[in-house]
Structure formats: C-alpha cells, structure tokens
Design a protein around this ligand. Structure first.
Ligand code: CTP
Length: 401
C-alpha cells in the first residue's frame, strides 16, 4: 500500500458476521491495528464457524465479544458502541441486513448496533442472487434512508465459483471508508446549519394544490451529512414521503408562505444555510373554503407571486454562509450566476434538470459556482455521495473566505 493513513487512537468497533469473507477480517484488523487504531471485535455465533475468536484477540490484544451472556461484564453492548467512533459490519450477510432493517436485537452485535449513535458502515458480502433479491435491496434502501453507510460489494469471483456482484469490498476500500468517516466526523462541530428542502404545495381548495416533483432528497442527504459532521442541523422540510435523517431537528412546512416564515425564524443567524427547496414562485390568489364542485365551465385559477425565501435570507445575510440551488434546463451557469448575485449568495449549486437527472432520482449532476467565475464540478453521482462532495467543497470555501 503506497499511502497509509494513520489512525492513532481511533476507536473502531468491528462486527464480524457469518460469511466466508469473515476470514478477510483478520487481515483488516491487523491493518487497522498497525495504523494505531484500537479495534474491538464482536463476532456473531455464525462468524465463529468461519474464523476463531483467538485470531482477533491475538491481533487486537483485547477481548473478543461473541455473546450477550458470557462477556466479562454485564452490558458490554452499550459500552462498546459508546466507546467506538465508528462501527464497521463486515462481511454483512443478508441476515444481519434484514435484522438491522427490522430492529431485531437477538445477539450482542445487533443489540450493540441498535444502540449505536456513531456512524455505522455496512459492507455487504453474499451470493449475487441473494444480493439482488428484492427483499435484500429493499432492506438496503431502508437502512440507507436511516443513515447507515454502505461500502458496496464488488463484482468478482464468489465462493460459489461463479462471478457476480457480492464480493466483499477490498481491504483498501474498507479502510478508506473508515478513514473518511473518522475525518469528517467533527468538521462542522459547533456550527448551526439550516437547510430548506422539498416541494411546496399551494392550495386553491381544501384538497387541490399546485406543486412540483421535488422529493427533498438532496436537502435530506445534505442534512444527514452535516449532522454526521457534528453540525447542529435544522431541516425545513416540505411535504414528502421520504424520512428525514435522525439527529436533525425537523420543521415542517406546506406552502411557500409557511417556509418563508419558518426560514426567517430558523435560518437567519445560522452559520450556514443551504436552500434546496423547490419553492413555487406563485400561489393561487384565493383558496376556496370548501371543495370546488365540478361544472361544465373551464376553471381559471389566478396566481399571485410568492415571497422569494432565499432572497429574503440574502437581505438578512449577516455572517451566514448562504448557498442556493438553481435547477436549470438551459444556459445553466449564466442563470445560476445571475441568481448568485441577485440573492446575495456566497455560492450556488447548479442542478441540471433537463433529462432524468434531478427531481425524484437518486442521481444528480451538480456544479458549485462562486465569486466572479469560480467553479467546481462535483460530477454525477448518488445524492448521498454528492452531499459528501458538496460539504467538502463548502468547508474548503469557508476556510478561504
Ligand atoms: N428559492 C426560494 N424561494 C423562492 C424561489 C426560489 O427560496 N420563492 C430558492 C431555491 O430554494 C433555490 C434558489 O432560490 O435555492 C433558486 O431557485 P430557482 O427556482 O432555480 O430560482 P428562481 O429564483 O425561482 O428563478 P426561476 O424560477 O426564474 O429560475
């Protein structure tokens, strides 16, 4: 390995499950210990069929935990996760992934993870058919939504002597994921962050409204990432079925007017505000008290202007680092730069919504713009990944400004 990231004193809790790749965890443990990490190992009883606990206790010079009942102390699961800075579950079998999804706590490892308040990295490894199974994929999506991090499996030779996706991520990728998680852990500690996210609904009778296709996922991922970095996060969230991340204060809004009032209350005076909400620029001039009954006539709904929430925050900017989003279909950068100046922003993220990228998809293409003509293309990636890149870029910019 050419580049070694030292991990002096880093506390890693490694959960080893019963998959053939369990044997690789001995090498990983040794590599972590050589970097100076303090590694506690919990093995499931299935893992013990594949590799002996003596291997891990020899490598870590610490006791290895396998059962809730024969540990030297009464409640090791709580102590172990409290002392850890990061948890890695590897190889994560379909079984442990299903248990975590449903909150089942029937052994030491699942009990410990249920009590974890630190980032949990999950590195699945299993037969490709099991990995592709809709039940497994649904469980992975649920866990992702709840803030678990994944080190995705690779395509390659599997124990069944066939090739497919399901091979445990390489040791290098696992260590890299641990290093990145530990590094970003407290980079926003002490910062107050406000994020607007999701669509608005502008009603013209009790059940009908004008809205848009935003799901709020970009803002939710940014809130999750900021919270992981130790920020005190308030997420102003519009109507969406997506789950907000845990550990974040959520303030709900429905209409642009409600968002406007919430933003002036919650975001003014914050250290960093990011506006990802897809705010309707107009609302119906009137809202009928009861449901409009159908007639043979066409319906004309007159629309009036909504307040521009971000522009209002720009006018009250103070020392807040203010970041806007611009969803554009053409002349992306020119339109975005105009908004950057007009709304008194420190930076703006351009979001290409021309084709399938953008609203309602897991993937996006973003570019960060600031200053006269500065730009940082963040690339095309999953929104969770883009959140990491965007926060890295914002932190860099804040250090320079
Ligand atoms: N925004 C806002 N309040 C509005 C409209 C937009 O806070 N009423 C914010 C969005 O959250 C985003 C930025 O302003 O961060 C740009 O939004 P966008 O819809 O692209 O820009 P508009 O100003 O509405 O301009 P246009 O619709 O003409 O592109």
């Amino acid at each position: 390995m050419d580049r070694i990231d030292p991990l002096p004193g880093a506390r890693v809790l490694l959960g080893v499950c019963g998959g053939i790749a369990a044997y690789k965890m001995a090498s990983l443990t040794s590599a972590l210990v050589q970097r100076g990490a303090i590694v506690d190992v919990i093995m499931t009883s299935e893992a013990e069929h594949f590799v002996g606990s003596l291997t891990f206790s020899s490598l870590t010079a610490r006791p290895v935990y396998a059962s809730l009942w024969d540990a030297p102390e009464r409640i090791p699961h709580i102590r172990l996760v409290r002392e850890a800075q990061v948890v890695l579950v590897a190889p994560a079998t379909a079984n442990i992934i299903a248990k975590l999804t449903h909150g089942i706590a029937d052994d030491l490892l699942t009990t410990a993870i249920l009590a974890a308040r630190v980032p949990v990295l999950v590195a699945p490894a299993m037969n490709s058919a099991m990995y592709d199974n809709p039940a497994t994929q649904a469980n992975l999506a649920t866990l992702r939504g709840r803030g678990y991090h994944f080190v995705d499996p690779e395509r390659g030779f599997l124990a069944e002597r066939e090739s497919g996706v399901g091979r445990l991520a390489s040791e290098e990728r696992l260590i890299d994921a641990i290093v990145r998680t530990l590094k970003r852990r407290q980079s926003l500690a002490g910062k107050r962050v406000a994020i607007t996210a999701g669509p608005t609904r502008e009603a013209f009778d009790p059940i009908r409204f004008v809205s848009n296709a935003s799901t709020g996922s970009t803002g939710i991922e940014l809130a999750r990432e900021a919270s992981l970095r130790g920020a005190d996060v308030t997420l102003l969230l519009g109507p969406t079925l997506l789950e907000p991340p845990s550990g974040v204060r959520v303030v709900r809004f429905t209409s642009a007017q409600e968002l406007y009032e919430a933003a002036l209350r919650e975001a003014v005076g914050s250290d960093i505000t990011i506006a990802t909400a897809a705010v309707a620029d107009w609302r119906p001039a009137d809202r009928a008290e009861s449901k409009l009954k159908k007639t043979d006539e066409d319906l004309t709904v007159q629309m009036v202007r909504n307040p521009d929430v971000l522009a209002a925050l720009g006018e009250r900017k103070g020392s807040t680092f203010l970041v806007g989003f611009a969803a554009e279909t053409d002349e992306h950068e020119a339109h975005a730069r105009e908004k950057l100046a007009r709304k008194h922003l420190d930076a703006i993220v351009v979001n290409d919504v021309r084709d399938e990228h953008g609203f309602g998809t897991g993937v996006n293409t973003l570019t960060l713009l600031w200053g006269e003509d500065e730009r940082n293309p963040l690339g095309t990636a999953a929104k969770s990944q883009l959140a990491v890149r965007l926060w890295d870029a914002i932190e860099d910019l804040m250090q320079c400004s």
